[in-house]
Design a protein around this ligand. Structure first.
Ligand code: NAP
Length: 332
C-alpha cells in the first residue's frame, strides 16, 4: 500500500511511497481510507516546524473510510461500515485540559494520508449520513477545534455577536458555520474579498480586512463590539481583537499563525473584563458532541478541492500559500 510520508531530506520534504502493511491488534480497526484532508499542522511538519518529527511517518490527521477488518476484542463495528476517525489520542479524563500523554495522529504516530490505517476502536465513529467521504474527511481536526473553542470555551449563545478571524482557515470556517447554525450574528475577518463574499453567502452579516489599518474603527462603528471572538492567528493582531471585544466579552485563541504579539494591552483587558482563553482540539466528549451538532444542524464542510494522493506536493503548497477556500481533500 502507499502513503504520504515525511521525507525531510528530499526536495519537497514529503513523498508518496510504498509503506508496510501492519498486523491488527485486538483493540484496533483497519480502515480503507476513502478520503483524507490536510490541516496546517501537516504543512508545519513539512516545514520541520513541529516537535517530535520523524522521517518516514505517515502524515495526516483527518480521514474517512470503510472498515475492512475488526480486532478480536472490538465490539459494535462491522466490516464495510462507513466511518470517520477522531485523531485526538489520550486526551484523558479531565474535560478542562488534555493529559500530558495527548497526541494527534500524523506525528509522531502514523496518520491518515495512506490507503489504509489501523486505529484503536475508540477513535472510530460512524460517518454522519449527510456527508460524503470527502466532506466527512474534512471534519475531524478542524471541526473538533472549532467546536471546543466556540461552544465549550466561549459558551456562545444565539444572542451573541461573534467574530471569526481569518475566515480562510479550516478551523475558522467551521467556527463560522457552527456559530451560524446556533443562530448567532456572525462577522469574519479575511484578507480576501472572495472569501468575505463566501462568508456572507453562507449567512455572515459582514466582515473586515485585518490588513486594513482602519478595520478596528470601522468594525466598532458598524457592529459596536463582539461578545465572542475566535482567533487562530494571534500575533500583534490580538491587540486589534481586544479593541473590538465588548466589555465582558470572550476571546478564544486556538492558534498562532502570526506568532506572539510584541506587546499586549493589559489595561484594556482588565478594565473591560475581557476573558482570553486558550483552546486545543478537544476531548472525546467534545468530538461526540461535535458530531451530534453537525448532524443536528446538517453542517457540510466547505471543500476547496479533491485531488489524488499522487498530487500531494501541489496540495501542501496550496495550504502553505493559503490559496484554499475550504478544506483540501486528498483521495487514494
Ligand atoms: N490548537 C489546535 O488544536 C489547533 C487546531 C487546528 C489549527 N491550529 C492552528 O490554528 C492556525 C490555523 O489553522 P488552520 O488549519 O485552520 O489554518 P489554515 O487553513 O492554514 O488558515 C490560515 C488562514 O489564516 C488566516 N490568517 C493569516 N494571517 C492572519 C492574520 N494576521 N489575522 C487573521 N487571520 C490570518 C488566513 O485567512 P484569510 O485567507 O481569510 O486571510 C489564512 O487563510 C494554525 O496556526 C494552526 O497550527 C491549532
Amino acid at each position: 500500500m502507499k502513503g504520504i510520508v515525511l521525507d525531510l531530506d528530499s526536495k519537497n520534504k514529503i513523498s508518496y511511497q510504498e509503506v508496510p502493511s501492519k498486523s491488527l491488534e485486538g483493540d484496533q480497526i483497519r480502515i480503507q481510507i476513502k478520503a483524507a484532508a490536510l490541516n496546517h499542522r501537516d504543512e508545519w511538519c513539512r516545514q520541520g516546524k513541529y516537535p517530535n518529527l520523524t522521517n518516514g511517518v505517515i502524515l495526516g490527521s483527518d480521514g474517512a473510510g470503510a472498515i475492512t477488518e475488526v480486532g478480536a476484542d472490538v465490539k459494535g463495528f462491522q466490516i464495510g461500515q462507513e466511518v470517520i476517525i477522531n485523531p485526538a489520542m489520550n486526551w484523558g479524563d479531565n474535560q478542562e485540559a488534555q493529559s500530558k500523554d495527548f497526541l494527534i495522529m500524523g506525528t509522531p504516530h502514523d496518520g491518515t494520508l495512506c490507503e489504509e490505517v489501523l486505529v484503536s476502536a475508540d477513535r472510530v465513529h460512524a460517518k454522519p449520513n449527510h456527508l460524503n467521504f470527502e466532506e466527512a474527511a474534512a471534519l475531524p481536526l478542524a471541526g473538533l477545534t472549532a467546536y471546543r473553542a466556540l461552544i465549550y470555551q466561549a459558551k456562545t449563545k444565539p444572542s451573541d455577536k461573534v467574530l471569526i478571524s481569518g475566515f480562510g482557515g479550516g478551523v475558522a470556517q467551521f467556527a463560522a458555520q457552527f456559530a451560524l447554525g446556533l443562530g448567532a450574528e456572525v462577522y469574519v475577518t479575511t484578507s480576501s474579498p472572495a472569501k468575505l463574499e463566501k462568508a456572507v453567502s453562507m449567512g455572515a452579516k459582514g466582515g473586515f480586512d485585518y490588513r486594513d489599518s482602519q478595520w478596528v474603527d470601522k468594525s466598532n462603528a458598524e457592529v459596536g463590539g463582539f461578545d465572542v471572538i475566535i482567533d487562530g492567528a494571534s500575533g500583534d493582531g490580538l491587540n486589534d481583537l481586544i479593541k473590538v471585544t465588548k466589555p465582558g466579552g470572550r476571546i478564544v485563541i486556538y492558534g498562532a499563525t502570526q506568532g506572539n504579539p510584541a506587546t499586549l494591552e493589559a489595561r484594556r483587558i482588565f478594565w473591560n473584563q475581557i476573558k482570553i482563553m486558550g483552546s486545543t482540539m478537544g476531548s472525546d466528549q467534545d468530538f461526540e458532541e461535535m458530531l451530534t451538532f453537525v448532524q443536528k444542524y446538517q453542517i457540510k464542510p466547505i471543500v476547496d478541492s479533491v485531488s489524488p494522493f499522487s498530487e500531494a506536493v501541489e496540495a501542501f503548497d496550496k495550504m502553505r500559500d493559503g490559496k484554499q477556500m475550504g478544506k483540501i481533500v486528498l483521495v487514494p
